[in-house]
Write a protein that binds this ligand. Sequence first.
Ligand code: SF4
Ligand code: SF4
Length: 337
Amino acid sequence: MEADVTVQSGNGLPDPAFRGIVYNFQRYTVHDGPGTRTTVFLKGCTMNCLWCCNPESWFQCPEVGVYPQRCIGVDKCGYCLDACPFSNRDIFRISERGIVESIDRKLCTCCLKCADECPANALAAWGREMSVDQVIREACRDVAFFNETGGGVTISGGEPFVQWQFTVELLKAFRKAGVHTCVETALGVDWAVVEQALPYIDFVLTDIKNMDPIKHLQYTGCDLQPVLDNLRRLGKSDKQTVIRIPLIPNHNDSEENIHQTGRFIADTFKSRLQQVQVLQFHELGKSKFSTLGKSYPLKNMEKPPRENYEASLKSAVTILRSYGLPAYIGTNVIMTR
Ligand code: SF4
Ligand code: SF4
């Protein structure tokens, strides 16, 4: 479905009252663009990558994450039951020991009242509605560090262009405040919405997950072709860009795929490409799937022995460099403006 871009004001002035759903702020990050930055995480994604480390970002609406190991027990506490308008309909699955184990997501309206009342952080509120003005004030608390280090603000997700109007308004507002802007996007979106944002973006973090269209669809839930088309369009822009390749065992780690990826990047990004970062596979998001009542999609994945995987990382970098690309393992090489 094509995005409706007709409501965009186009006057370059931010609307401070515009609202969107934000699920996290990460301060003092040094891996999300040049310098020290604050990363703003928006809800909603166009992909569902099986290895995702932020599955709480997938849906645009706020959600409750359940951590049973933190629950005090409904006999001693029970604030969630008192707060929830549906507790009389068995919305909470409670263990014999009185521990809140999960929530019936079909009944839950994501009002977050239970999470707001829980004294033990056993119910996490993922996603809150915030205005542009509120986000700017929160993120700009660290403006002194931005100025000192050449940093700024990164808007990430999920996919920040799911809430594209909010992203554009935020970018405009940061630009107006003199803050360097970076967007982390997987580009599985309509280019028309990216175009709306480009004038206010200084730096782009993006990625390529697989050059095989079938595997790309299987592992991300998203078609490859629009992503490649958008990368070509980005390659023609004047934006400083870093491309990331998460190296997933048995998915995209074949030499053939890395050669194809390297050729594509070399042909597409003639200039303004600052780095290609080959990212190590990890399972940091594994526990979050269960807090959302989902099973971890890669739980049966066979992992290669550590030394074989490390050799694959090094080999990927060697292959990418053979195409003249500035390739590195990880996110530790300093990015510059
Ligand atoms: S988010 Fe609202 S509806 Fe959902 S379980 Fe909590 S209180 Fe009930
Ligand atoms: S409010 Fe939190 S700690 Fe108390 S019973 Fe509910 S989930 Fe458990």
